[in-house]
Design a binder for this molecule. Structure first.
Ligand code: PLP
Length: 384
């Protein structure tokens, strides 16, 4: 049996070895799935093993995934949820009626729509701001003293990069907290807690799991003793938004290859972005790895090892031309979501027609396939 490492480990090692996890009962290098919902007590009526009582609060497979994710994020603790939106909701349910919240504009539409509705119902003042403009964000903090600010970087589907450290400073100066949705970056490319965010959120459905076969969400905290984290933990335990054991097990398995997949997806996406930016039928390419991207310089300092799997581009000729190209693609599946090993294409305007998304915009989630095959597919679909 190997010994516990004495040096701090790099993410690829932590992930591949699931933070040194060995199955207690068997010595297996892969953990068992624990479906039990309830756990026995000893003669003194104390929980017999590891404090486990009932799986709404004590879920061994969820705990394993959380430990690995917390290590990868540099977090004190992580909590997993049955979807990314369940993680978003867990944060917002901690806010009292009458609070003020800043929300980055033009982020993942599902998040915006849910938060708008929730804040209306809860009598919470919601201020939406273009957070990639740090001055506008700071001004909004000064004007409204929000108790919480929510950013997403790079944003989906606009690929705007937000200065996490500047936002953290601005909201902390007013006594508030910063939550960063880092779904598209993953901890491999950017660890938001190290830039000053208080909580990191992930749709673990995306790259963390990476195989389009688990719906899950996660929150990671800088300070496990903070009141908001205690409230989130209590809410999950009592309201019951717990990830099931099989999903948690799959998520843990997916995370073992996270650094490898993110590296490959990012280098593929960079190649595709460069190819598309020279294409005569393409009007614009939105990818932070391109030198002419408005926040390229910030992306270079805030992200390391690449710029992620998500890229958007605008086809000349509007919706008809874009949908025609989608219909001709042979390798990119026309489907929503992102961060899986297989490449996807989505016409976001069809999904959210009233949010200002250009009609010709196609969003790609670039997978781990051969970059040459993906470029050849785009070439034949775009007609060049
Ligand atoms: N955040 C981002 C950036 C997303 O892209 C998504 C889903 O597409 C979510 C949150 C919501 O996550 P889930 O679909 O796992 O509920």
């Amino acid at each position: 049996m190997s010994h516990k490492p004495t040096r701090p480990l790099k993410p690829a090692t932590l992930a591949a070895q699931a933070n040194g996890l060995i199955d207690d009962g068997t010595g297996g290098v892969v953990p068992a799935i624990h479906p039990a919902t309830t756990f026995v007590r000893d003669d003194t009526y104390a929980p017999a093993v590891g404090g486990n009582v009932y799986s709404r609060s004590h879920a061994p497979n969820a705990r394993m995934a959380e430990d690995v994710l917390a290590q990868l994020e540099g977090a004190e603790e992580a909590l997993v949820f049955p979807s990314g939106m369940a993680a978003v909701a867990a944060v917002f349910r901690t806010l009292p009626a009458g609070a003020s919240v800043l929300l980055q504009s033009q982020i993942y539409w599902g998040t915006t729509a849910w938060i708008r509705d929730f804040c209306t119902r809860r009598d919470i003042t919601l201020i939406e701001v273009e957070a990639s403009d740090s001055a506008a964000f700071a001004q909004a903090c000064a004007d409204h003293s929000p108790s919480l600010a929510w950013i997403e970087t790079p944003s989906n589907p606009w690929l705007r990069v937000v200065d996490i450290a500047a936002c953290a400073q601005a909201v902390h100066d007013r006594g508030g907290l910063l939550v960063a949705d880092m779904t598209t970056a993953t901890p491999v490319l950017a660890r938001a807690l190290s830039f000053g965010a208080d909580i990191v959120m992930h749709s673990a459905t995306k790259a963390l799991n990476g195989h389009s076969d688990v719906l899950a969400g996660a929150l990671c905290c800088k300070d496990a003793g903070a009141a908001i984290w205690q409230a989130i933990r209590l809410d999950r335990d009592t309201a019951g938004a717990v990830l099931g054991p099989f999903e948690a097990w799959l998520l843990l398995r997916g995370m073992r290859t996270l650094p490898l997949r993110v590296e490959r997806m990012s280098s593929n996406a960079q190649k595709l972005a460069e190819y598309l930016s020279d294409h005569p039928r393409v009007e614009a390419v939105l990818y932070p790895g391109l030198p002419d991207h408005p926040t390229h310089a910030l992306a270079c300092t805030q992200m390391q090892g690449g710029f992620g799997p998500l890229l958007s581009f605008v086809v000349k000729g509007g919706a008809e031309a874009a949908l025609g190209a989608v219909a001709r693609l042979q390798l990119f599946h026309p489907a929503t979501s992102l961060g899986g090993v297989e490449s996807l294409v989505e016409h976001r305007h069809t999904i959210e027609p009233h949010t200002g998304i250009p009609e010709g915009l196609l969003r790609l989630s670039v997978g781990i396939e051969d970059a040459g095959d993906l470029i050849a597919d785009l070439a034949q679909a775009l007609g060049q």
